[in-house]
Design a protein around this ligand. Structure first.
Ligand SMILES: Cc1cc2nc3c(=O)[nH]c(=O)nc-3n(C[C@H](O)[C@H](O)[C@H](O)COP(=O)(O)O)c2cc1C
Length: 185
């Protein structure tokens, strides 16, 4: 394989990650949504989810006040809305109202969830890594709300989902299952 040497590598040199919508709320009860392309599971026990938050984002102010956030995984039907939430700031509008989406009250955290998303997870911030123009925000997932239609027992059947993956200016779909762990040849 002929590999090209890349100096100063960056986002164009990585693969897509699942798109998530991080939900939050201000001190007056106005909910907000930020679209996040860079997110990942950080730890299995406790289950910790992390994501890259631009240090000047309005949503960052909101989640620092409450100490929590909602992680919502959109389906492709919510792609246009997800794109919108990534282009407009909650400083100047109510994105839930703009999209006709419903804030789903959380059970444990103050931030609401997004009713329309098939997966919503209540997270409490446990650690923030200060890295540069983005911080990596890590939240312990306390409670998950998952559409019964995509569940197979206790786990998500990805064949029944239609998530969006994104990185560096493009949206991609998941594709198909190609093997089980330990079963790749
Ligand atoms: C596909 C996509 C992915 C994005 N990923 C991130 C991200 O990982 N981190 C981030 O801070 N902003 C990201 N953004 C930008 C924010 O979503 C955008 O600045 C948003 O308007 C901020 O909303 P707020 O001002 O209501 O907090 C992304 C935008 C899009 C469209």
């Amino acid at each position: 394989m002929a590999k090209q040497r890349i100096d100063n590598p960056g986002n164009p040199h990585f693969y897509p990650w699942p798109l998530i919508l991080v939900s939050s709320i201000d001190e007056h009860g106005k909910p907000n949504i930020i679209t996040i392309g860079a997110s990942s599971v950080c730890c299995a026990r406790p289950w910790v989810i992390g994501f890259a938050m631009g240090v000047h984002q309005y949503s960052y102010e909101l989640i620092k006040r409450t100490g929590d956030f909602g992680v919502n995984i959109p389906h492709r039907e919510q792609l246009a809305g997800s794109d919108y939430c990534g282009r407009v700031s909650g400083r100047s509008t109510n994105k839930f109202e703009d999209l006709g989406w419903t804030p789903q009250p959380s059970e444990i955290i103050e931030s609401p969830l997004i009713e329309e998303c098939p997966v919503s997870i209540e997270c409490e911030i446990v650690e923030i890594a200060h890295l540069g123009n983005h911080d990596w925000v890590m939240g312990e997932a306390k409670l998950a709300w998952i559409d019964e239609e995509i569940l197979s027992g206790r786990r998500i059947d990805y064949a029944k989902t239609d998530p969006v993956w994104s990185f560096f200016g493009e949206y991609w779909s998941l594709g198909e299952k190609i093997a089980d762990w330990g079963g790749a040849h």
